[in-house]
Design a protein around this ligand. Structure first.
Ligand SMILES: NC(=O)c1ccc[n+]([C@@H]2O[C@H](COP(=O)([O-])OP(=O)(O)OC[C@H]3O[C@@H](n4cnc5c(N)ncnc54)[C@H](OP(=O)(O)O)[C@@H]3O)[C@@H](O)[C@H]2O)c1
Length: 338
């Protein structure tokens, strides 16, 4: 008879829970929770770190395009240690991570002291990346690296015109600047905030453009060509304006839609300057691409990393989320469960 290993499921541990109230919309609170039994392929993890992404805030606001079933535990990224496994892929003590997966959208998320997940959505923490560093990157850093790899694959060379990064003080923006400049590209940051200049330059931007300056040219079909590519996090009219600034053969790497899913684009830059647009979706990146992204992220050891994130304790998350819902500003926020 097979020797069955038993485990004692953690009980009454804390999770962030969004509940739908019939009249008042949504409430978010730290609550005591328990887990249902593990099925074949499930892994039980003690959480070490998580982080806050743009999508997390949309979910906390109750965005119906993302989550429809409540109560819901938000949180799309985490790193932690396996404490029990019903999967052949993982064993107790393994350090694991989940980034850019459907976790927290199609499944319960990871803003919880313990997490039960199918082994499909987790991977072993890559060598040379710590549990904490994996969450400093999170989906934002992972996506920035994906965008940069696609940009290089598309033929954009280092010794050419600058790369424009929009939404530059956000997570994807900050990582795009830091990584591009570290590997030798010249970068220009587009932001709404003049006071972000010092930070953006300190992590590698050679110059900045204020979004309101670019907005003045909204009616022109073409602008003087300046950039070899744009990594666009905003969509809407900013994507349209940025496309008018690209040189011959310039590329648009379309990442985000902070402003809008729709963009009123002039087709002249596409025809006259042979512009191409490349969309990326981290969630559907093939395994080989994910491995490539992790290998490249492991090389990004930079003192500049500590300029772009703040760490918060899990017990303070509720207050932080309530503040962010009222007055959101992008950037990297790490959550520590230790
Ligand atoms: N394609 C994918 O696989 C993928 C993966 C991850 C994220 N995304 C998307 O990428 C986008 C950026 O994500 P993120 O994590 O970087 O978000 P974030 O940290 O929230 O940053 C967004 C940035 O956009 C700018 N911004 C915000 N509201 C704006 C407004 N009303 N007008 C103009 N600019 C505004 C701000 O930069 P400034 O203050 O500098 O102006 C802000 O810091 C999101 O749309 C997200 O959903 C896509």
């Amino acid at each position: 008879m097979k020797n069955k290993i038993r485990y004692i499921s953690p009980r009454n541990f804390k999770s962030m829970v969004i509940e739908k109230n019939n009249r008042q919309g949504f409430s978010i609170n730290l609550k005591k929770t328990n887990l249902t039994n593990l099925k074949k392929g499930d892994v039980l993890i003690k959480n070490s770190y998580s982080c806050i992404n743009y999508k997390d805030i949309l979910i906390c606001k109750g965005n119906p395009g993302l989550v429809r079933k409540f109560p819901h535990i938000p949180g799309i990224d985490f790193s932690g240690i396996v404490i029990f496994s019903k999967s052949k892929k993982f064993k107790t003590g393994d350090k694991v991570v989940s980034i850019g997966q459907p976790v927290g959208v199609k499944t319960q998320g990871c803003w919880s002291e313990y997490i039960k997940l199918s082994d499909r959505w987790i991977e072993k923490l890559p060598k040379n990346i710590s549990l904490k560093n994996s969450m400093i990157f999170g989906t934002a850093g992972f996506t920035a690296m994906y965008a940069i790899l696609r940009l290089i694959e598309s033929g954009i060379k280092k010794k050419t015109n600058s790369i424009l990064v929009t939404g530059s003080s956000g997570g994807v923006g900050l990582f795009s600047i830091l990584i591009l400049s570290k590997i030798g590209f010249k970068v220009t940051a587009l932001t709404r905030h003049a006071n972000a200049e010092k930070l953006l330059k300190s992590i590698g931007a050679s110059d900045i453009i204020l979004q309101k300056e670019l907005d003045k040219h909204i009616l022109l079909p073409l602008l003087n060509s300046r950039f070899s590519a744009v990594i666009d996090n905003l969509g809407g009219h900013v994507l349209s304006n940025a496309s008018k600034l690209l040189i011959n053969g310039g590329k648009i790497i379309s990442v985000g839609n902070v402003l809008s899913n729709n963009s009123n684009i002039s087709i002249l830059p596409f025809i006259l300057r042979k512009i191409e647009m490349i969309g990326i979706n981290t969630e559907t990146a093939p395994r080989a691409t994910r491995n490539h992204i992790w290998r490249e992220l492991a090389k990004i050891q930079s003192n500049k990393l500590k300029k772009i994130f703040k760490t918060h304790k899990f017990k303070d998350l509720n207050l932080l989320i309530k503040k962010l819902i009222k007055n959101y500003s992008g950037g990297r926020r790490i959550i520590s469960f230790n």
